[in-house]
Design a protein around this ligand. Structure first.
Ligand code: PMP
Length: 435
């Protein structure tokens, strides 16, 4: 069966729209780790959607929770009113975040979570009597979403160019991908000293002008850059010494990707603010959140007069009852099926399988950690050309992955069997070999 669809109106995001019309890649149903196209052909989901479906597709528990919620309370305003689910979910998330990161602010996406975290950081310094802190230190090659805050602190050139001056006061540190660390499995041994770029920014602009430093603990969208050993610790140390807040963007790493609920725990570094989204609802509903430290919350709230709104920020759909129900059902699945542990168990076979791809002549680097891997292919005539070709060929061969430029990104669902993960890597091997 093919789909006869008029494609003249939908402007697709981050997509080569004209090319898509020539060879549409449509998905019409999904189950577990499988996606199905209109003809019923099976495609393995090697990227858990966009890193957001670790528990597998179309979970009946989530569908039931969402259906029940829609019939009971579809919506209530989150401003000055609430519903019990929001509090229940915040408690649940706070039980998973590192100790002390226990105030949860709800948004609807990763991008909104990042912008929310930046606003909390600015609000904190103002409430703390340091309004001069307005700069944000970030990193080349970072991805923090597409809204103006996240875009401004992002470091992917193509996403930024063409949108004007963006936020003022953003300082980029170097990224941590170095030739020396090519084909490193796990955390690179060298590169912790790159965190001293934060010191450089401090020396250049003065600590009292810097509000926060924001990083993805593992850089995701650009192709999985794993932090060198000691790097995140060093950032934490410098930030502490200079009154700068540390923000971890855990939109990809949150909820088990590194084998523990958050990468902050895996790498044993506690940030002051942490963003999350994606896996929070197993991809079923848009939802994001920011976890803030008790100190940040107390400082902001205590600075406001009694009965006054403390933080002038929020979304019509913050803690949306239906998304909340989906998230609660998701986190119950994680617990009941031991998915954090299951993810941790899959790491070794997955990373082992991926590391075997190094024998392919087109593969120029492989980076991996947890259930994330980035496989770089030699660039053809134009950057991204080979990546796009491989994306289409993998889809034809029955595997969905994420591709950025000429890098294949794999992020299998946690419910995959070892043989299934190996099968995904085998498909990559066969397709890249034929290129
Ligand atoms: N931050 C990070 C680290 C991300 O990887 C992403 C999305 N890939 C975002 C923010 C933005 O999330 P969203 O697309 O849900 O807005």
């Amino acid at each position: 069966m093919s789909l006869d669809i008029d494609m003249s109106n939908y402007w697709m995001p981050f997509t080569a729209n004209r090319a898509f019309k020539e060879s549409p890649r449509m998905i019409t149903s999904a189950q577990g780790i499988n996606l199905f196209d209109p003809s019923g052909r099976r495609i393995l989901d090697g990227s858990s959607g966009l890193f957001c479906v670790p528990a597998g597709h179309c979970r009946p528990e989530i569908a039931t929770a969402v259906g029940e919620q829609l019939r009971k309370l579809d919506y209530t305003t989150p401003f000055q009113f609430s519903h019990p689910g929001g509090f229940e979910l915040a408690n649940k998330i706070a039980s998973l975040t590192p100790p002390g990161l226990d105030r949860i602010f709800f948004a609807n996406s990763g991008s909104e979570s990042v912008d929310t975290a930046l606003k909390i950081a600015f609000a904190y310094h103002r409430a703390n009597g340091q309004p001069s802190r307005y700069r944000v230190v970030t990193r080349d090659l970072a991805y923090h979403g597409v809204n103006f805050g996240g875009l401004s602190v992002g470091g992917m050139m193509k996403n930024r160019e063409g949108y004007g001056s963006l936020l003022p006061g953003v300082v980029h540190m170097r990224h941590t991908q170095t030739v020396k660390n090519s084909f490193t499995q796990g955390q690179p041994e060298t590169g912790a000293d790159l965190a001293d770029d934060l010191l450089h920014a401090i020396n250049l602009y003065g600590a009292d002008s810097i509000a926060a430093v924001v990083v993805e603990p593992i850089v995701g969208s650009v192709g999985i850059l794993v932090p060198p050993k000691g790097y995140l610790q060093r950032l934490r140390q410098i930030a502490n010494q200079h009154g700068i807040l540390l923000i971890f963007d855990e939109v990809i790493t949150g909820f088990g990707r590194t084998g523990t609920p958050f990468a902050a725990e895996t790498f044993d570094v506690r940030p002051d603010l942490m963003t999350m989204a994606k896996a929070l609802t197993n991809g079923s509903m848009p939802m994001g959140a920011v976890a803030a430290s008790t100190e940040i919350y107390d400082t902001i709230t205590n600075a406001a007069a009694e009965n006054a709104i403390e933080f002038f920020h929020g979304y019509t759909y913050s803690a949306h009852p239906v998304a909340t129900a989906a998230a609660l059902a998701t986190l119950r699945i994680f617990e009941q099926e031991g998915l954090y542990e299951r993810a941790a168990e899959l790491v070794a076979p997955f990373q082992h399988a991926v590391s075997e791809l190094r024998s392919l002549s087109l593969v120029t680097d492989i980076r991996g950690y947890g259930l994330l891997a980035g496989i770089d292919l030699a660039t053809d005539e134009r950057m991204g050309q080979r990546g796009y070709a491989v994306l289409r060929k993998l889809f034809e061969a029955g595997l969905m992955v994420r591709v950025t430029n000429d890098t294949i990104i794999m992020a299998p669902p946690f419910v995959s069997e070892v043989a299934e993960v190996e099968q995904m890597v085998d498909i990559v091997k066969a397709v890249v070999t034929q290129l």
